[in-house]
Each structure stands twice: as structure tokens, then as C-alpha cells.
Write a protein that binds this ligand. Structure first.
Ligand SMILES: *[C@@H]1O[C@H](CO)[C@@H](O)[C@H](O)[C@H]1NC(C)=O
Ligand SMILES: *[C@@H]1O[C@H](CO)[C@@H](O)[C@H](O)[C@H]1NC(C)=O
Ligand SMILES: *[C@@H]1O[C@H](CO)[C@@H](O)[C@H](O)[C@H]1NC(C)=O
Ligand SMILES: *[C@@H]1O[C@H](CO)[C@@H](O)[C@H](O)[C@H]1NC(C)=O
Ligand SMILES: *[C@@H]1O[C@H](CO)[C@@H](O)[C@H](O)[C@H]1NC(C)=O
Ligand SMILES: *[C@@H]1O[C@H](CO)[C@@H](O)[C@H](O)[C@H]1NC(C)=O
Length: 480
């Protein structure tokens, strides 16, 4: 049963029939995951410059009232909103902002022209000069923007199936429950105002559109152990990928406390030569192990360290589980090895580097059509870009948004290439103007996933996370 059918089902049936979704009325809680938002510009800039950072998603449980599950409110004929983005733009100063807000609006417009929105998406955008907040200005790299993981809601397709994390902005469109008290902001974007291109090279609308797509769900959550641990080689024989781990920070400690659902993007990641095997499945066995340890932020104790090591050692020593983890970590650092399998069966290649994984650039981007050993060392000979340039990990230098749009006039949607549309529609978005002929109806239901409550209550589903996006510049010739 393919997921997209249900999405289309919802969208289409909503018009005709108010009773489209069955509910499990016994479920009284649902789970929301929010990123711990940095409180200082310094921290944001630090995050932006760290190519390998695991971000911090915290779990919140929201009590559902009985009302939450009532669907007889008669407001299920959805109509498309043409101006769906509510952008709260915060400027560091007028000079820093200048006309950037207009470019952001333009970027949002391209997205709104490509996908159907029935509910408003709320985005906070902060524009500030990244370089002014670098401790070491000489180390200031060319980061254009950063999007933190959006608020997620954990949903299952059927009552008993595995839950995945859906970005809140998407859940709102699905209208799984119109009475969820959604977080007021769907996602947060920070943009670097130090970047001031001349008009003929102004690609800031593209940068904004890119970040918005990350906020709408174009991101992965699976990370290898090398991202959690510097010098993993000193402790483990191989790098291995893990399901996302739940993270909780208090004033003095960081607790790693159980596994979290995979993101809905993770669900469709495959070995590009073996598109019938979904990679997240290879990591499931790890979830039979307990992860539950704490690290003091200031001065970790030996005991904490030992617990930490024994936890990961136990994972490594589970040969069966670890075989899958090693395979995935290996793919994640092999050129042209990883793809996203879309609902129409196409495998879209995702970004990987040569012998190296970078959580901010790998996987959550479309593979660039040239070789990159790392995000900063690409060999660009005779590279010609394709229509999916919007979701490359790097932006095309010296080409304005409109010049790129004009260069790909044959593209069905301006700015957003067809493979990007395929991926977003596989996650659950609907393409604007696509015929409803390919909608197949099924009887699947969504339900809020429920915590696997042990008597001890120690097993939690939740998530960590990571930086969604760092854009850096790569200079290469743009052929047109
Ligand atoms: C988002 O922006 C609004 C309007 O400026 C502000 O009130 C709110 O605190 C912001 N929320 C977050 C999470 O940054
Ligand atoms: C600042 O960065 C430069 C170049 O990256 C480096 O040589 C220097 O040691 C750094 N200084 C400090 C105080 O970190
Ligand atoms: C912000 O943009 C400027 C101009 O492109 C760039 O020089 C700088 O390195 C960027 N800041 C960061 C933190 O990357
Ligand atoms: C990906 O699949 C191909 C084809 O089956 C296989 O040869 C290759 O080893 C796989 N890659 C990894 C890292 O498992
Ligand atoms: C790049 O272009 C040049 C000149 O057009 C050509 O001689 C060369 O073979 C090309 N290289 C590659 C790798 O295609
Ligand atoms: C829809 O269902 C029909 C009949 O069950 C099938 O032939 C067709 O391939 C399906 N279309 C898609 C897009 O899955």
C-alpha cells in the first residue's frame, strides 16, 4: 500500500465526504517534537558553520480531548490558498534587511505556485549578519542560511503500523485533525544578511525557497555514529548509521533517552542500485536495544562515559543489527550510492560525498551533477546543471534567480524541478495543477502514534535531529 494514495485520498475525499478518516477513540495523547531553538545569534552561527551537528529535538506530549477526534464540523471542503505563507520576518536592522524580505516573499511564491496549500504555513525568518557573531571572523565561511528542524508530529498510516515524523506544516494540510493545537510556528529560518549580491546575481529568492522546502519536509534524520562522536575510529571498528535518538537537554545534563520514529523523508531512502530495499528497514533491529544515558554538560563523570560507551558498544556487538548500520553508513559516504524512491518508482539521487558524510549537506539534497569529495572540494569540469538545482547543497554562483528560472523554461514549475516535486509529493504534498486521475482511493487511516509504554515508562519514541541546510558557494560555470 503506497503512502501517497492515502494523501490523495484525503485531499480528494475531503471535498465529497466528511467521514474520511477512522479514528481510534481510545488514543488520548499525541506527540509533537520541537527543536530546541538556540537563544543566541552566536549559537545559530556556530550551528550554521558546523557541517556535522546532530540537532536537538525534544518530545512533547499533548493531551487530546475527546473533541479532538470529532470530524463532523462540516468544514472539509478544502480550497487552495494562493498565498499560504505567513512569513514573520525579523530584521536585525533596516540596513541588514534592505530588500531581503521581498526576496523571501518571492521565494515563497515559487513554492506556493508548485504545491497545493489548504492551510496557512507560519514561518519565522530572522535576517542577521552571521559574520558579526563569529568568534573568529577569519573562519567565517560562506553560509547563506540555516533552517532548524520543523515541528514534527508523529503519525502512523494505520493503527498498528510504524509511526513516522511528519513536519507540522504538512500535517496541517492533511487535516488529520482540524482541532490539533498546532505550534504557532511551523519552522524557523535564519538568513545571513552579510550576503548582499548585486542585482544581476541576486539569488536570494532561491535561497529562501530552498530553506522553505527543508521546512516542508525535505530532510533526513538518519545519522551515522561519526556524527554523534568525534574520533569514532578510536572506539569502533566501523562507522554505522543509527535510527534517530531522542535528546533532552536540561540545565546541566544531556539525556539520550530512547529511539524516535524515522522522518517521513527517511522512509524512502534507498541504495540507488537496489531501489526495492528501503534503508530505514536495515536499522530497525537497533531499536531492540535500550538507549538511556546522561552526560553532564560541564564535567562528565567516568561512570557516565562508561554507560555511554557500553550503550554504543552493545549496538556494535549486535552483529545482525550492525550489518545494516554499516551498510547504510557506507552508502551515505559513497558517491552516487543513495537515492530517494518516489511514488512513481523513480529513484532520485541524493547528495553523497566521497568517503565522507556531512549531516548538513549529505542526503537532504539532490545530488549535484559533478563530483564532490566533500562539500568544499568539488571537481567541476564542464558541469552543466539540471532543473533540480534548487535543492543542490550549494547554490549556483553569479546566477540570479530569474536567470535560472529562464534557463529552465521547459520545467513545469518555475524554480522547482520535477524531481523535487516528485519527492515532495511522495512525502504527502499535492502538486498544483496535477490531474486527479492518478489519485487512487484506499481505506487506510491515519492515527496518532502512541507511546510504547513499558511499565517503567522508560521507552520513549522521540527524536534528535540536525541542521537541515547549509548553503555554501561553489564557483562553476553555469551554461545557458
Ligand atoms: C515568531 O515571530 C513572532 C512575531 O514576531 C513572535 O511573536 C514569536 O515569538 C516568534 N516565534 C518564535 C518561535 O521565534
Ligand atoms: C582564527 O582562524 C584562523 C584561520 O582559520 C586560524 O589560523 C586562527 O588560529 C584562529 N584563531 C583563533 C583564536 O581561533
Ligand atoms: C555571510 O555572508 C557573507 C557574504 O556572502 C560571507 O562572507 C560570510 O562568510 C557569511 N557568514 C557565515 C557565517 O557564513
Ligand atoms: C548497493 O546495491 C548494489 C547492487 O545490489 C550492491 O552491489 C552494493 O554493494 C550496495 N551498496 C552497499 C554499500 O551496500
Ligand atoms: C570539457 O570540455 C572541453 C572543451 O569543450 C573538452 O575538451 C573536454 O573533453 C571536456 N571534459 C569533460 C570531462 O567532458
Ligand atoms: C490505480 O489503481 C488502478 C487499478 O487498481 C491501477 O491500475 C493503477 O495503476 C493505479 N494508479 C496508480 C497511480 O497507482
Amino acid at each position: 500500500m503506497k503512502f501517497y494514495k492515502n494523501i490523495l485520498l484525503l485531499a480528494s475525499l475531503l471535498v465529497a465526504n466528511a467521514h474520511y478518516v477512522k479514528r481510534d477513540f481510545t488514543k488520548k495523547k499525541y506527540e509533537i517534537y520541537k527543536n530546541a531553538v538556540p537563544t543566541s545569534y552566536e549559537q545559530i552561527v556556530k550551528d550554521a558553520n558546523n557541517p556535522n551537528r546532530v540537532m536537538k529535538l525534544k518530545k512533547f506530549e499533548v493531551d487530546a480531548t475527546e473533541d479532538l477526534f470529532k470530524i463532523n464540523k462540516g468544514k472539509y471542503s478544502k480550497s487552495i490558498i494562493n498565498d499560504p505563507f505567513n512569513l514573520n520576518v525579523h530584521c536585525y536592522s533596516t540596513e541588514d534587511c534592505e530588500n531581503y524580505p521581498a526576496r523571501i516573499q518571492e521565494g515563497a511564491y515559487f513554492i506556493a505556485q508548485t504545491f497545493e496549500f489548504y492551510q496557512t504555513v507560519n514561518v519565522n525568518v530572522t535576517i542577521f549578519p552571521f559574520c558579526r557573531y563569529m568568534q573568529n571572523e577569519s573562519g567565517c565561511e560562506s553560509v547563506m542560511g540555516i533552517t532548524y528542524p520543523p515541528t514534527f508530529i508523529s503519525l502512523s498510516e494505520t493503527k498498528d503500523s510504524e509511526p513516522f515524523l511528519y513536519p507540522q506544516a504538512l500535517v496541517k494540510q492533511l487535516d488529520v485533525d482540524s482541532d490539533i493545537s498546532y505550534d504557532p510556528i511551523d519552522f524557523l529560518i535564519y538568513l545571513n544578511s552579510s550576503y548582499k549580491p548585486i542585482e544581476s546575481q541576486d539569488n536570494r529568492a532561491l535561497i529562501a525557497a530552498h530553506e522553505i522546502l527543508h521546512g516542508l519536509g525535505f530532510f533526513h534524520q538518519i545519522n551515522p555514529i561519526s556524527v554523534y562522536l568525534n574520533n569514532y575510529q578510536n572506539y569502533f571498528n566501523n562507522d554505522f548509521a543509527l535510527p534517530p535518538i531522542r535528546y533532552e537537554e536540561t540545565e546541566n545534563t544531556i539525556a539520550y533517552n530512547g529511539w524516535t520514529p524515522f522522518s517521513i523523508f527517511d522512509k524512502y531512502i534507498v541504495n540507488s542500485s537496489k531501489p526495492d530495499e528501503y534503508l530505514y528497514g536495515k536499522l530497525e533491529k537497533y531499536k531492540t536495544h535500550e538507549v538511556n544515558f546522561e552526560i553532564s554538560i560541564k564535567r562528565p563523570t567516568t561512570q557516565q562515559y562508561n554507560k555511554f560507551m557500553s550503550t554504543f558498544k552493545a549496538l556494535e556487538n549486535d552483529v545482525e543489527a550492525n550489518a545494516g548500520g554499516i551498510e547504510v553508513a557506507n552508502l551515505f559516504s559513497t558517491l552516487n550510492a543513495v537515492g530517494f524512491r518516489t511514488k512513481d518508482g523513480k529513484v532520485v539521487e541524493l547528495q553523497t560525498f566521497d568517503g565522507r558524510y556531512e549531516s548538513a549537506s549529505s542526503i537532504s539534497h539532490i545530488n549535484v551533477p559533478f563530483k564532490c569529495k566533500s562539500s568544499s572540494t568539488c571537481t567541476v569540469t564542464n558541469a552543466s546543471i539540471n532543473e533540480n538545482y534548487l535543492m543542490y547543497f550549494t547554490v549556483i554562483s553569479k546566477a540570479s534567480t530569474s536567470r535560472l528560472v529562464n534557463a529552465f523554461k521547459e520545467s513545469k514549475h518555475e524554480l522547482v524541478g520535477s524531481d523535487i516535486v516528485r519527492i515532495m509529493c511522495t512525502l504527502g504534498w499535492n502538486e498544483k495543477g496535477s490531474s486527479s486521475d492518478n489519485n487512487n482511493y484506499s481505506n487506510n487511516v491515519y492515527s496518532f502514534s502512541q507511546e510504547n509504554n513499558n511499565s517503567s515508562g522508560s521507552r520513549h519514541l522521540a527524536t534528535p535531529s540536525f541542521i537541515i541546510m547549509i548553503l555554501s558557494f561553489i564557483f562553476f560555470i553555469f551554461r545557458y
